[in-house]
Write a protein that binds this ligand. Structure first.
Ligand code: NAD
Length: 296
């Protein structure tokens, strides 16, 4: 069993740490939030006093941070890469921009470390259940080294290609998820306003051509499917501001690849509007509040 440093113990990192401990690994954990560290310690992890402390004396470092600037700071600004023992394998599971991911790979390589970008899909439910999908970029050999660790947290481990291509795959996925969230909200509000009960709409559409994984499992209309944060006053889950971050990443990727993404652009504008209205810390399903501010 492995010694693992884990940095970023939020909605996703917290349950990922618990699954690594359950699988028998030893965890040294760090977060800017003391509360998050204490919670992980209660599950059997050891508290580290800093980013660098979490990276010393371990065989793997896993990071689960909000944005690229955090990843740059944690790895490159006198952080993990300056402190880790030779041979440590770096796994960044944050969803970040391709450029920062590739810069982190290059810095890790220059310092002699294996690294993969390994963003995930499956949400907090998948993190809890250990059923995440990992989309990995980097050298195949680095992916193979990381695999036994990823297996404790996920079910579907995919090598997508070179450095940064895990992030590209993730951004394409989340552009679709954002579009599907908005589309589900529009259809559910419109159908109910025209007189069809929400349960009927859900039952029919979730077995018809309008279905999506988002519609079926994270429906933004409260009360129609059991796993949705909409049933719990839109408590995240996956915060709307993180969805906006990913949609923005998709739009800069669209620009850099000269790809027209009109639906991606519409979803980005909708989430931006939602966040300007003060709902950024709610779950992504709260996009329905843009269509019906009084939804219950
Ligand atoms: P979160 O905000 O709940 O957790 C992030 C944690 O990182 C926080 O506890 C924060 O204190 C910590 N942190 C930030 N900067 C730090 C630093 N410099 N040093 C140490 N700790 C630091 O976010 P989350 O929902 O867990 O998401 C993390 C990443 O996973 C994001 O990139 C997100 O897009 C992605 N993601 C989230 C979900 C989801 O459903 N929540 C699903 C898939 C992917």
């Amino acid at each position: 069993m492995a010694q693992i440093g884990f940095i970023g113990l939020g909605n996703m990192g917290g349950p990922m740490v618990r699954n690594l401990i359950k699988a028998g690994h030893s965890l040294k954990v760090f977060d800017l939030s003391e509360e998050a560290i204490n919670f992980a310690v209660q599950s059997g992890a050891t508290a580290a006093s800093s980013v660098k402390d979490a990276a010393v004396g371990v065989e793997f470092v896993v990071t689960m941070l909000p944005v690229g600037a955090n990843v740059k700071e944690v790895f490159m600004d006198d952080g993990v890469l300056a402190a880790a023992d030779p041979g440590t394998v770096m796994i960044d599971s944050s969803t970040i921009d391709v450029e920062t991911a590739q810069a982190a790979h290059a810095a890790a390589k220059a310092a002699g470390f294996d690294m993969i970008d390994a963003p995930v899909s499956g949400g907090v439910t998948g993190a809890d259940a250990g059923t995440l999908t990992f989309m990995c970029g980097g050298e195949k050999g680095s992916f193979e080294k990381a695999k036994p660790i990823l297996e404790a947290m996920g079910k579907n481990l995919v090598h997508c290609g070179d450095a940064g291509l895990g992030q590209v795959t993730k951004i394409c996925n989340n552009m679709l998820a954002g579009i599907n969230a908005l589309a589900a909200a529009e259809a559910m509000v419109m159908g109910e306003r025209l007189g069809v009960p929400r349960e009927t709409l859900y039952n029919v559409i979730s077995t018809s051509t309008g279905n999506s994984l988002y519609f079926e499992n994270f429906n933004p209309m409260p009360g129609v499917c059991s796993g949705s944060a909409a049933n719990n006053n839109f408590k995240p889950g996956f915060m709307a501001k993180l969805m906006l971050k990913d949609l923005r990443l998709s739009q800069s990727a669209a620009q850099s690849s000269s790809t027209a993404t009109p639906l991606g652009a519409a979803a980005t504008a909708a989430f931006q509007h939602l966040i300007e209205n003060g709902f950024g810390d709610l779950d992504t399903t709260s996009i329905i509040k843009l269509i019906d501010p009084d939804v219950k």
